[in-house]
Design a binder for this molecule. Structure first.
Ligand SMILES: Cc1cc2nc3c(=O)[nH]c(=O)nc-3n(C[C@H](O)[C@H](O)[C@H](O)COP(=O)(O)O)c2cc1C
Length: 198
């Protein structure tokens, strides 16, 4: 009896280990360097909805970079942090990205990282399935930056599976969750499609 039970335990742990090893690894980050980033809050919530994956939440503040300039690149080359971030994308199985909108476009922090990374090999997203999101305090929910990203990212090998916008963040998000049922359902459907594509 004892031996059987040990064997059963062994098999259980072996399967658990195999499952862990085979687990998909997704990354989630906001296109923002704000410590209180509402887009980071949204992307963190979205990552909690993806089942059976290991999710790593990244923060652009951990990948500080000088402002891109062709002269700086010629003098000093491409900074380590740009290489690091690109490698993290390459090693991932999928991407959750929520973009902050500044003056109808990318935040400076995101655009800067984007510019540096595209100097490495042009590609940036390596066909990894992506759920692209944006939120803002206003009613357009980052619609302008989403339009820009939707048309530009495919030139850098993005595979955008779904797009989700959360308007009026202050009214629709509280305590780490979307509080509006329709919008929450929309995000959950988008996450399901993303999950299927992994
Ligand atoms: C310089 C600047 C420009 C902004 N422009 C826009 C804009 O064009 N559209 C918009 O919806 N919100 C705009 N906002 C408000 C941002 O959406 C808001 O600050 C939001 O919190 C940014 O996302 P984050 O918290 O993830 O950084 C702007 C904010 C700043 C600081």
């Amino acid at each position: 009896m004892e031996i059987v039970s040990l064997e059963t335990k062994y098999i259980f742990y072996t399967f658990a280990l195999i499952k862990y090893i085979n687990m998909k690894h997704i990354i989630a980050f906001a296109g923002s360097n704000s410590k209180e980033s509402i887009n980071k809050q949204l992307v963190t919530y979205a990552s909690s909805l993806v089942e059976n994956v290991k999710a790593t939440i990244l923060d652009l503040n951990d990948f500080e970079l000088p402002i891109y300039g062709i002269d700086l690149e010629k003098e000093q080359g491409i900074p380590k942090n740009a290489h690091k971030f690109l490698q993290i994308i390459k090693d991932s199985d999928g991407i959750l990205l929520s973009l902050a909108e500044h003056n109808g476009a990318y935040s400076t922090a995101f655009k800067n990282l984007f510019d540096w990374m595209t100097r490495i090999e042009g590609k940036m997203f390596f066909d990894k399935p992506m759920l692209l999101m944006a939120t803002s305090p206003g009613g357009r929910g980052g619609a302008s930056v989403l339009e820009i990203a939707k048309s530009r990212f495919p030139f850098h090998d993005a595979s955008i599976i779904e797009v989700f916008s959360l308007p009026f963040f202050g009214d629709n998000f509280s305590e780490g969750k979307i509080t509006n049922d329709d919008l929450d359902e929309q995000l959950k459907n988008a996450v399901k499609q993303f999950e299927k594509s992994l």
